[in-house]
Design a protein around this ligand. Sequence first.
Ligand code: ZN
Length: 724
Amino acid sequence: MKRALLLFGLSILALAAAAQAQYTPWLYWTFLPKAQMDEIAGEASGETAWRTVATINAYNRDRSREEFTGTFFETQYVFDQLKRYGLDNAQIVTYPGGEAWRAIKGELWEIKPIRQRLASYNDMVPMLAAGSSSTQAKGDLVWVGRGTPAEILAAKVEGKVVVTEGNVSAVHSEACLRQGALGVIAISQGRPDSGPLVIPWSGVAARRRPPIPGMAAAEASDQAPAPKPKFGFNLPLREGDLLKKRLQSGEMISVEVNIESETLPYDMENIVCLIPGTEPDSGEIIFSAHLFEGIAKQGANDNISGSAAILEVARTLQTLIADGRLPRPKRSIRFIWGPEFSGIGRWVQENQAIMEKTLCNINMDMVGEWLTKCQATMCLMRTTYGNPHYINDVVENYYRYVGEGNRERIQNRSTAYPVPRRVVSPFGADEPFPYSIETHYGASDHEVFNDWGVGVPGVMMIAWPDPWYHLSGDLADKSDSTQLKRTAAIGAAAAYTVASADDGMAMRIASEIASNGTRRLGHQFMVGLEELNSAKPDSLAESFKSARGFVEAALLNERETLASLSELATDRPKVDAHIARMKKTVDAVGAAHLAALQAHLETVAAKLGTQPVVPVLSDLEKRAAKIVPRPTPKVRVNGYRGYTKLIDQVPKEERAKFPSSQFGAGDFRGNTAELHCLINGAHSILDIKKMLDAQSERKTDLQQIINYIQVLRLAGLVEIKEAK
Ligand SMILES: [Zn+2]
């Protein structure tokens, strides 16, 4: 029986290997029929999207005072374009945003020995660090190198303006707020590929770092209320180096500073619009892009590009539907632009009823860069196992179509069209589309949707790296209309696929997930093999457990991804029957991988001169396998991150009974958000551990997972069902 299973497994493996083979130059496909794909790829205009980027961020703008009382420039532009495109339901939705800093003037002049201007807000907005206070002052310059506390102490900076190649905000905190300097001039170090003429978007704030041991005066002053920030200027490397050399040669230089700034109340502005489907209750797809990086801080790629691309998705679909070139889909497609996390998060929180019927989210952040100039790859960041969804494979389908279709292959270099499925903007780059389908990464607005309190699976489209990221050089000249056209076409095609999907499409997507899932399972199988390959005799048992866990976790995810398609079904039994058959396919692949891991274990054990281990669950694992936590309605009731209040309300002494330092509010880059989402009433705690470990570099502690789930139970967010 075992042997038969192994043989069966190996034959499935051979199939899996075939599925993993490289794409051939004669096979191109999309979920949408070719005629519809051609309409979308033809209509999507990279030039239109590029004009949006150039209009909003050809250069770094000085924001006018009127924008604070009226509407921000970029909000008005996007809103006006939507109206022009016939998206009449577009709305600007505002929420109070608190106060924002605004500069009126920021001049830095050398007055001795030369009279010359060193920096000006008028020349380049980020030359004046955001948060700089109104200042009229004269002072001598003093060089402090990288600006470590010791360098600053040695330089005796009190009453002087420090010049540093360190970070303006850190040096400001130390030199100005603790050691009495007047202000900071920072020489930008840029990034390796960004050149000598960029400066960072940076700020100075009224905060201090912990005192340096042995500095009694500073310690005393740390008890006083936080002082007002002073000022900071940023110089590009080329100009800054001249100043550095003069100071290092011992020259005495005096400057005069003249800054006027204010803080103004502002509103967080979101723009929302909808392309209504024919069946408003059959669900929605939502596109998101942050239109504001900050109120002062701007960026063409981060993220006017994503804003421009989803605007072009809206125009493309609206035009094609209005012209009758695409039938109106049954599901609606919604769009939201706003301040990153804060604005979009607030809108999502206020619109929980819409979220309940939203199927998935496509977030675009940094999608416009000229890929070859930035040496970048266009990435699709998939959802985690906690948000399994077919949207991953739907978007992947169109990445592959554009990626495989836009490069010349050696097989057909002289016999066929060199680039067979050209998606190129008339004034954009004519280059390949290097793409990559990757595991989850957060840090943008899809995380608002993926949040436990919202539960809308969201993917991110993003090109990376970007040498101008968060620098003054992140301007429209780094954007490429071809890249924007391809991005808009992929987004529009993916959303239209979901919005228009009938039962036949749902089943077709299920089959493709089973195919792609074979590849993903194969990857986890390989990760498991490496775990065994690196095992020592005494760690072989644990390694084998982990290796099996990787495959088992991936298999659970593939099954749940397939199950997500049920929401598209009209004839539910028919679609579910097909899904069940595709689940059997991935089950068989997973079983084959587990059998192969067993075989590999035997070879590793022989090499290590030990016996193959029989996996045995520890008592804790046995217990964890029986506990199935289920979320309560309180998780969703307060929408985006609303549940955090309930966690905070758990009394400290209660919480202390369940130590779980790996999880909780302080775990910014860790697994807590994913742990939340994996609690679904079906996963046991042992499943949850496997699914966390399969996705993370860091192994989680099973007892801590159990403890943290107890904390969630105390918060009223989770019920625990213990199986027999
Ligand atoms: Zn961004």
